[in-house]
Design a protein around this ligand. Structure first.
Ligand code: TYM
Length: 326
């Protein structure tokens, strides 16, 4: 029995970019799945710190953010005795493989990536790292042979690009990479922010996952209410995942919203109370872990050693297939 279950265990890899505080969109879109999946899979959870350098270009801020994601992972329940938690930059093979992928990918193909198109539409000056971002992400994933990559809806295209890139490499150099599947949490979709757009640090519309009670209240009061239907959907769509996390996946908020139709203040107060009930214990756990940063750093070091063994072996195979070994 135990042998069977070991043989059927799948490999899973995912990551979070250390660009600031995580929000409840990150949690319900991806991080919650990490915790749910770690018992039945071989898991790699990465801190995508080189991805963050596309936007965070300040030493202290980046260092704080990296340790911050490590604390976040541990506080939500990722268990380093079950899962490998590591820093992307500790494994140089990510950069090496991403260069090889750059060489087999065309510019017009990468120009179709949503993140690039969004930045271009906003007339942002786009750095080369942002343009090549999906290639580094493909390397992150393919080095570890994962079967599944749990991500939020907004990262689905990146996993599709990873699949295309693996197929292209396999076609050119011979069968090397396993083709991974994205896993989007059912019904999680895109968690909206306080303005109804996708919750995102870059839109300034987030509810931080470890927010203080004051921050929670302030963010909820900022939610733009839509008066066209009888439910304020921007409130409801944030409330539902929180409510389900507290009361079970099938619990329904409909009775509360129907009984209080049009009473936006009552509904927002109910959302604040549920957010506080949900976030409070997570915040306490994170604060306790923060008292011992040395042990957090030791977890990252041990994780990097295990991740490196896997990445090195894959990269040895890749170098041979490409022809740089004589
Ligand atoms: P990042 O750090 O932007 O987001 C981390 C995870 O949170 C999900 N997410 C959301 N889900 C639902 N609703 C939202 N409003 C929302 N906002 C964010 C994201 O989909 C993501 O799963 N490129 C990745 C990091 C990365 C990675 C990887 C992930 C680098 N390499 C390899 C998986 C595998 C990113 O920027 O995630």
């Amino acid at each position: 029995m135990s042998n069977d279950s070991q043989n059927t265990k799948k490999t899973l890899l995912s990551g979070v970019k250390p660009t600031g505080r995580p929000h409840i969109g990150n949690y319900f879109g991806a991080m919650k799945q990490f915790v749910d999946l770690q018992d039945s899979n071989n898991c790699f959870f990465m801190i995508a710190d080189y991805h963050a350098v596309t936007t965070v270009q300040n030493k202290k801020e980046l260092q704080d953010n990296i340790l911050g994601v490590a604390l976040d992972y541990l506080a939500i329940g990722i268990d380093p005795s079950k899962s490998i938690v590591f820093q992307q930059s500790a494994i140089l093979e990510h950069m090496e493989l991403s260069w090889i992928f750059d060489c087999i990918t065309t510019m017009p193909y990468l120009m179709r990536a949503h993140a690039f198109k969004d930045a271009e539409a906003k007339n942002k000056e786009i750095n080369v790292g942002t343009f090549n971002y999906p290639m580094l992400m493909a390397a992150d994933i393919l080095l570890y042979n994962p079967d599944i990559v749990p991500v939020g809806q907004d990262q689905k295209q990146h996993v599709e690009i990873t699949r295309d890139t693996a197929e292209k490499f396999n076609r050119i150099f011979g069968d090397t990479f396993k083709i991974p599947e994205p896993t989007i949490l059912k019904d999680a979709g895109v968690i909206p922010g306080t303005d109804g757009q996708k919750m995102s640090k870059s839109y300034n519309n987030t509810i931080p996952l470890f927010a203080t009670d004051e921050e929670i209240t302030k963010a909820v009061m900022k939610i733009v209410t839509d008066s066209s239907g009888n439910k304020p959907m921007n409130v409801y769509n944030i409330h539902l995942p929180i409510y389900n996390a507290l009361h079970g996946e099938t619990a329904s908020l409909d009775a509360l919203y129907e009984a209080n139709a049009g009473k936006y203040k009552v509904l927002k107060d109910a959302l604040v109370a549920d957010l506080i009930a949900f976030i409070g214990p997570l915040r306490e756990k994170r604060a306790a872990l923060e008292q011992n940063l040395d042990s957090v750093k030791a977890i990252l070091k041990a994780g990097a050693e295990k991740a490196k063994a896997v990445a090195e072996s894959k990269m040895t195979e890749v170098r041979e297939k490409v022809g740089v070994t004589l």
